[in-house]
Design a protein around this ligand. Structure first.
Ligand code: NAD
Ligand code: TYD
Length: 360
């Protein structure tokens, strides 16, 4: 079986669902259930004996060690993290705690478990660390995309904490021989995406008749990766990646934020039109994010060349599926838009200077 951390979050739950749809191998899903963890994402596998959910903190080395000893997984796939840049600006401590100290605790449990395995099991064991392209910093408009050799230059507390975790993972391979794999991917989008991130926030705000907040001039560029493509890349790296290696995973879909928001409004205008006007009318420019990275772009040729993975979805196909998912899963949206989410909206947006101008 495999041991997943953070499997109740956005990417982790997509990974668990895809894994169980394609595979009979059981999954231990270890998740703290922070505000971002949602057990309802896994409702369809609640009765499935191949899915064992355990609530806990990756920094609790003793609990992780006990679970590894009990279930004897052949691999750990590590998704658990604090993942939202804006939250890292308001409260960086949680990011250091989970992303740095937590990953350290998990690595310690993994090292001690792996060291005691018989040689044959030791040779096939893998620790796959899921990371981000944000560790490479920001690009100018004509710079070449990030490769696996791009120098680390993280700019936010989030990306700095992920960079630190990448370095720890690297060192556990180099020093102890732990068979690690690291993936650095671009911005994911798709089903079960918590509506604090750009794409689900815009879809849910649009339908609620609320402002669609654009930070700064909206010309920041992100590469967008459909979450199922990312899950397929992780399965492929787990299956065939070379221990100690890093693989960049991207969608070959560079888009300016404003273009993404326009696309979302246009699809919503078509699939769920307003009584009058366009969803674009709700676009509102707000104060920029401090230290906002201008552009991310991924060179994903290594994983294609060495492991034969490339994304199946274009942005046009993936974004349409995503909007459709949100339209047919309104109960899921309603459930997550409570408690901590409401407090977050107040903190992040009500403190930002409001609308500078409305644009079509
Ligand atoms: P998410 O915030 O949606 O989910 C994180 C999950 O981790 C939640 O279920 C949460 O409960 C759990 N968690 C948090 N702290 C924990 C702890 N201390 N112990 C155990 N569980 C804990 O995140 P996501 O978007 O699914 O991202 C998953 C991974 O992918 C993260 O490592 C993130 O850095 C990386 N990543 C995400 C993106 C993206 O676009 N979402 C892009 C690149 C990399
Ligand atoms: P986000 O989804 O938070 O991902 P990341 O910061 O990890 O790239 O944001 C994506 C882009 O959208 C980023 O450039 C910030 C911008 N953004 C807005 O313009 N408005 C918003 O309300 C949010 C949440 C993000």
């Amino acid at each position: 079986m495999i041991f997943i951390t953070g499997g109740a979050g956005f990417i982790g739950s997509n990974f668990v669902l895809d894994w169980l749809a394609q595979n009979d191998e059981p999954v231990i899903n270890f998740d703290k259930l922070t505000y971002a963890g949602n057990i309802n994402n896994l409702a369809s596998v609640r009765q499935d004996p191949r899915h064992i959910f355990v609530q806990g903190d990756i920094g609790d080395t003793a609990q992780v060690a006990a679970l590894l000893a009990q279930y004897k997984p052949r691999a750990i796939v590590h998704f658990a993290a604090e993942s939202h840049v804006d939250r890292s600006i308001h409260g960086p401590a949680a990011f250091v705690e989970t992303n740095v100290n937590g990953t350290f605790g998990l690595l310690e449990a993994a090292r001690s478990y792996w060291s005691a395995l018989p040689d044959t099991e030791k040779a096939v064991f893998r620790f796959l660390h899921v990371s981000t392209d944000e560790v490479y910093g920001t690009l100018g408009p004509t710079d070449a995309p990030f490769t696996e050799n791009t120098q680390y230059a993280p700019n936010s507390p989030y990306s700095a904490s992920k960079a630190a975790s990448d370095h720890l993972v690297r060192s556990y391979h180099h020093t102890y021989g732990l068979p690690t794999l690291t993936t650095n991917c671009s911005n994911n989008y798709g089903s079960y995406h918590f509506p604090e991130k750009l794409i689900p926030l815009i879809i849910t705000n649009a339908r609620a008749g609320k402002p669609l907040p654009i930070y700064g001039d909206g010309q920041q560029v992100r590469d967008w990766l459909y979450v199922s493509d990312h899950c397929a890349a992780i399965r492929r790296v787990l299956e065939a990646g070379k221990p100690g290696e890093v693989y960049n995973v991207g969608g070959w879909n560079e888009k300016a934020n404003l273009d993404v928001v326009h696309t979302l409004c246009d699809i919503l205008d078509e699939l769920d039109p307003k009584a009058t006007g366009s969803y674009r009318d709700q676009i509102t420019y707000v104060t920029d994010r401090p230290g906002h990275d201008r552009r991310y772009a991924i060179d994903a040729r290594k994983i294609e060349r060495e492991l034969g993975w490339k994304p199946k979805e274009t942005f046009d196909t993936g974004i349409r599926k995503t909007v459709q998912w949100y339209l047919t899963n309104q109960d899921w949206v309603k459930d997550v838009q409570s408690g901590d989410y409401l407090k977050w909206v107040e903190k992040n947006y009500e403190q930002r200077q409001s609308s500078v101008e409305d644009k079509q």
